[in-house]
Design a protein around this ligand. Structure first.
Ligand code: SF4
Length: 246
């Protein structure tokens, strides 16, 4: 869901989950108006299977690995490698924006699959379990929604409780940031393809442009653009969308 609230200073606060943001800015901008109305599309079998695969991985990790508890000093000490349990951290990305005369804030919240720091590099790993391997065989970089998801996590603060209050979250110090998008077989959970890279200036600019555009559309200051791709509409869960191409 996407919500627009007013802060005590009278400014707009745009709130969105990571998945609704990425589904809008990485797939179809028309979705923003559906999310603003609170329309929740039905879950597909792929989503249900994906949740089950995530749960299986979480259980496997808990049964086979033990990670050292992370202390406040450990979060700041770049010489210390740290790793959190799968699905163990919630994320909170908040920014003040400057859109002409408007100065809204944006808060995008989610839950990362895997977060760790290795040799000073903060790493976010996200796993995907597609229905078929085919579409990834000829793909050499991730889809935009997948890139946006990891970039949001990498630039967030974190909490174990999921609280959205700023004071309840913490930062993980790092020298650089890196993302991994691990495409897995949904039955065996083995990797089919791994996309990975460091957060570059281009990636930061890509994220910033998407954030600003999202805010403009959500606030009604810019019209969403149709992708004009019937295949995307055929795979879309918003079955009653008036903009659907058949
Ligand atoms: S049906 Fe098509 S136009 Fe409508 S939200 Fe889905 S992808 Fe966008």
């Amino acid at each position: 869901m996407i919500e627009i609230k007013q802060t005590s200073q009278g400014k707009a606060l745009i709130m969105s989950s990571v998945s609704d943001f990425c589904g809008s800015m990485g797939y179809c901008e028309l979705r923003i108006k559906h999310y603003l109305k609170g329309i929740k599309p039905p879950q597909t079998q792929l989503t249900i299977d994906g949740i089950k695969s995530h749960e299986k991985e979480e259980i496997y990790e808990k049964e086979h690995f033990t990670f050292e508890p992370v202390t406040e000093e450990g979060l700041k000490d770049l010489t210390k490698d740290i790793e959190f349990y799968r699905e163990g951290l919630f994320t909170r990305f908040q920014r003040e924006l400057s859109l002409g005369n408007e100065k809204p804030s944006i808060l995008i919240y989610g839950r990362a699959d895997k977060i760790m720091r290795n040799k000073g590099t903060l790493i976010v790993e996200d796993s995907k379990y597609p229905s078929s391997r085919g579409k990834y065989l000829v793909k050499y970089e991730p889809f935009d929604d997948q890139k946006l998801q990891t970039l949001l996590y990498l630039n967030s603060s974190f909490s174990e409780s999921g609280s959205l209050k700023e004071n309840d979250s913490f930062d993980i110090s790092c020298e650089q940031r890196a993302w991994i998008i691990n495409i897995k077989d949904k039955f065996t959970l083995e990797s089919i393809k791994i996309f990975q890279g460091f957060q570059t200036i281009e990636a930061e600019q890509f994220l910033e442009a998407k954030i600003n555009r999202f805010a403009l559309i959500a606030l009604g200051m810019l019209a969403p653009e149709h992708h004009n791709n019937a295949k995307k509409c055929q795979s879309c869960r918003f079955i009653d969308c008036e903009h659907r191409l058949s």
